[in-house]
Design a protein around this ligand. Structure first.
Ligand SMILES: [Zn+2]
Length: 413
């Protein structure tokens, strides 16, 4: 064999072994924003293989159950522990481990739940970046999984409790019972839809029965024990704000100006609700400093002197927390009687809802009947047990909260 022939032959063999098989390629996406269901490893070189038909079918069933028609992501199998959601800036990836799936083929509850959880992250457009919002993002994905699992109807609630309780979960700080509660909330929401109550959401019932519900629905009427304030009508008169999108802009600009950058959207009858992140405030209603504002345990700051400092060491410090819910609708509602809501539930709202107002809601034209009602849910925690409980009656009126937080002034500008 001549030198040249040998060279060509070697090259040919080399090419055969290096050209990827069709449907298989190296994964080059940025994997910083991710949720790996169990374990934390992620190898450097991941090869993607085209998803198997039975897994694609499971994914399709989840999307159908969630009424999702336009959520671009690629499904592939790769060397991940079991299921991983990766949100690259360009594209989302749902990766699964082929051997794990074939080993657990009999456990449909497990496989469906893990896929639904990952898709829940995409659907809620989570950041999946760092610790900051992790808990609420994980419970947000569980809420979605609860919703679709009830709709698919292939397994029982108890089976899914077992999956949540016994399958190792990477984000150990996320409270298991909070995950179960979120899962249940999704399950019950789907239950209500199946029974034709639409989760009490007449927006869905009246206008969008057969279309995609653009956002998760907020409990209706909203959970009790809040203090509230109706914003002056002139601030969002149809002349100033002809659509719900305009009202959303007015609220968002005010929230941005006052540092409330994390918010989450829900459907309510004929409108939407926007929830802010749990915030720690001073007894007077002003926001805590940036260092302590977004932590969910009491922080003592601004000591006036030595005795204040000593007192804080010995006596339990009280922490006050609040969540603002901006409800925009033309339907009146009253405050029902009822039990306190756990702080975990209110905290979880931020991860459960949508990240922005979808066009289909934003384009709705306003009328003179539309009002923006701000609900404030207050919570109080002592340094002793650090656990915040809903405070009722509230410390401040809704108006006072809006004034002292600077929001009323920012909205009026
Ligand atoms: Zn997750």
């Amino acid at each position: 064999m001549s030198q040249k022939t040998r060279f060509l032959l070697l090259n040919f063999i080399f090419l055969i072994f290096t050209i990827p098989v069709i449907g298989q390629r190296l994964f080059t996406a940025d994997t910083t924003h991710r949720c790996i269901y169990s374990d934390t490893w992620f190898s450097d070189d991941i090869i993607l293989f085209e998803a198997e038909p039975e897994v694609s079918k499971m994914v399709e069933a989840i999307l159908r159950a969630g009424n999702i028609s336009n959520l671009p992501f690629e499904v592939a199998y790769a060397s991940v522990p079991n299921v991983a959601a990766v949100m690259d800036r360009e594209k989302n990836y749902l990766l699964y481990n082929k051997s794990y799936f074939s080993a657990n083929r009999q456990d449909q509850a497990l496989l469906y739940f893990m896929l639904a959880h990952a898709i829940g992250h995409f659907q809620n457009r989570h950041d999946l970046n760092g610790e900051h919002l992790r808990s609420s993002e994980e419970t947000g994905a569980d809420e979605f999984a609860g919703f679709v699992m009830r709709k698919i109807g292939i397994t029982t609630r108890d089976e899914l409790y077992r999956v949540i309780r016994t399958t190792p979960f990477s984000y150990k700080k996320v409270d298991k019972e909070a995950r179960i509660a979120a899962f249940n909330s999704g399950w019950n929401r789907a239950d209500a839809h199946l029974k034709g109550q639409g989760g009490g959401n007449s927006f869905y019932e009246e206008g969008m029965r057969d279309a995609t519900l653009p956002l998760p629905s907020f409990t209706w009427p909203p959970p009790p024990q809040y203090t509230s304030h109706v914003l002056p009508k002139n601030l969002y008169d149809p002349k100033v704000a002809p659509t719900l999108g305009h009202i959303d802009n007015i609220i968002c600009n005010a929230l941005d100006a006052r540092g409330y950058s994390q918010r989450s959207y829900f459907c309510v009858p004929n409108g939407f609700a926007m929830v802010t992140q749990l915030e720690q405030f001073n007894k007077t209603g002003t926001s805590k400093g940036e260092e302590s504002r977004w932590v969910d345990y009491p922080v003592q700051e601004n000591f006036d002197g030595f005795w204040d400092y000593m007192k804080a060491l010995v006596l339990p410090t009280v922490g006050y927390f609040r969540v603002f819910v901006f409800v925009v609708t033309d339907k009146t509602f009253s405050q029902p009687l009822g039990k306190n809501i756990p702080v975990k539930e209110a905290e979880g709202w931020i991860g459960r809802g949508g990240r922005w107002l979808p066009e289909v809601v934003g384009n709705i034209h306003t009328t003179n009947n539309y009002r923006v009602t701000v609900l404030v849910y207050e919570f109080e925690a002592t340094q002793a047990n650090k656990i915040a409980k809903q405070k009722h009656p509230c410390l401040l009126t809704g108006q006072k909260h809006l004034e002292t937080s600077g929001l009323l002034n920012a909205i009026s500008k």
